[in-house]
Design a protein around this ligand. Structure first.
Ligand code: HAM
Length: 432
């Protein structure tokens, strides 16, 4: 048996420190913006009762039909690893009687999702989403807020080359008349549609928009357009949203065939697409779900939200050469001149850390020469030499790794002096 017997399961991977650090950064910026818009964090379980997703996302969606990680627990209950966050948020909203809180209730989440899809660039089985949901308002202004929030976030990260697509799926009322017309239009093409779409004809017609088959798409694109069937209320909602986005200088493109892959959408749907991600070009998307809370057993309550795929965001950011701050390096290395002084060295190490100076030392009994080599690799600014002569004099020898200059500093004065030196190196911006 080879040494690498175990590999991460297909469609999953380890996020190694360099990427983990990038993710930390994009999460930090997300949290700053969520705070600015008054969205509060929520963490829900990684798995839920299967029924929640079937009811929430829709029986005939690709997610429910093909992509769920469903398993039975030891008591025979059917559970599913969450394929998305919205159904869980609504479940939590209902479970904790959040309808008692002032509306709109604004929540955000960051975490892994699971879909059994064929892995390819930008598509994996475990992926992360950064998402937000605003529950309880029917106003187009909240649609505008959610979209502004998403766009501001991407812009703040430095992204430029993306397109915001916008559509309205109408409400169940106006959708009904559209479905009738679409059905009539598609009927003569039945023989030309792919088997999935033929199934969709009799199960859930609108899911036909999820099809990637070129021929089906061509037929669809020559057919009726949902926005032509919007009722007065849906149309004025859509128009007001567009006016608000225009007022905020948000560029968008109306995409009449943007249905998105989940059944719960009503009225507004939107998606941010990247020109760099090939087939998996949606960096994120979302929309309104005015019927979902009722569908899951609550009072009729509107909601809207979005989710951004973290991996796709990072892939895109890389093409746009977005600068993401590097992992912080330790600033100081303790060079142990004599092994007997290990205890003293460890004390100084911890004293530095207590003073918020990131510091490192050798834990492998390296020679002084290899310790310096290690310090160099770590990119520290200063090495402190702890040797018998220095100990006797009550000083520490400090080497500036950039200039190579060395000086002796009294132990009592070490922290103060190092902080000063580091602050000079950081251009006076960073005291630690
Ligand atoms: P979604 O469009 O299914 O929407 O997923 C949102 C984003 O998650 C996608 O645009 C994509 O970036 C990422 N994503 C989805 N599947 C994968 C995958 N297999 N691998 C990598 N990334 C993926 C939702 O999930 C809705 N819950 C969004 C929402 C929130 N609507 C209202 N509120």
């Amino acid at each position: 048996m080879g040494r690498n017997k175990f590999k991460a399961p297909k469609g999953t991977r380890d996020i190694l420190p360099e990427e983990a650090k990038k993710r930390e950064y994009i999460e930090e910026i997300a949290k700053e913006i969520f705070q600015l818009y008054n969205y509060q964090p929520i963490i829900t379980p990684l798995f839920e009762k299967t029924e929640l997703f079937i009811r929430g996302i829709g029986e005939s969606t690709d997610i429910v039909q093909k992509e769920m990680y469903t398993f039975q627990d030891k008591k025979g209950r059917s559970l599913t690893l969450r394929p998305e966050g919205t159904a869980s948020i609504v479940r939590a909203f209902l479970e904790h009687n959040f309808n008692q809180k002032p509306f709109p209730l604004k929540l955000f989440y960051i975490g892994p999702m699971y879909r059994f899809e064929r892995p390819q660039a930008g598509r994996s089985r475990e992926f992360w989403q950064i998402g937000a949901e605003a529950i309880g308002s029917i106003e187009p202004a909240i649609d505008a807020e959610i979209i502004c929030l998403m766009i501001e976030y991407l812009t703040r990260l430095g992204l430029k080359d993306f397109t915001l697509l916008l559509n309205s799926m109408g409400c169940p009322k106006c959708r009904l008349s559209f479905i009738k017309v679409l059905e009539k239009y598609l009927h003569p093409f039945k023989g030309e549609l792919c088997p999935d779409c033929v199934r969709r004809l009799s199960t859930n017609l609108l899911r036909i928009y999820d099809c990637k088959n070129k021929n089906c798409l061509k037929i669809l694109r020559q057919g009726p357009i949902i926005s032509h069937f919007l009722c007065e209320e849906c149309l004025s909602h859509f128009k007001e949203l567009q006016a608000l986005l225009t007022q905020e200088g948000i560029h968008f493109q109306i995409e009449p065939f943007l249905a998105r892959g989940l059944d719960y959408y009503t009225k507004t749907t939107f998606e941010v697409r990247s020109p760099y991600l090939g087939a998996q070009n949606a960096i994120g998307g979302g929309g309104r779900y005015d019927g979902l809370i009722e569908e899951l057993g609550g009072d009729s309550t509107p909601g809207i939200g979005f989710a951004i795929g973290v991996e796709r965001l990072l892939l895109h950011a890389e093409v746009e050469k977005i600068k993401i701050p590097q992992a912080a390096k330790p600033k100081v290395f303790i060079g142990l001149v004599e092994r007997d002084l290990k205890r003293e060295a460890f004390k100084i190490l911890q004293d530095l850390r207590d003073a918020s100076i990131s510091a490192e030392m050798d834990f492998l009994g390296r020679s002084l020469k290899s310790q310096i080599r290690l310090a160099d690799k770590l990119g520290v600014s200063f090495v402190l030499f702890i040797g018998p002569d220095e100990m006797e004099k009550g000083v520490v020898k400090v080497r500036d790794m950039e200039s190579g200059l060395e000086e002796e500093i009294k132990k009592d004065n070490l922290i103060f002096s190092l902080k000063k030196k580091l602050s000079v190196k950081d251009g006076g911006n960073n005291e630690s």
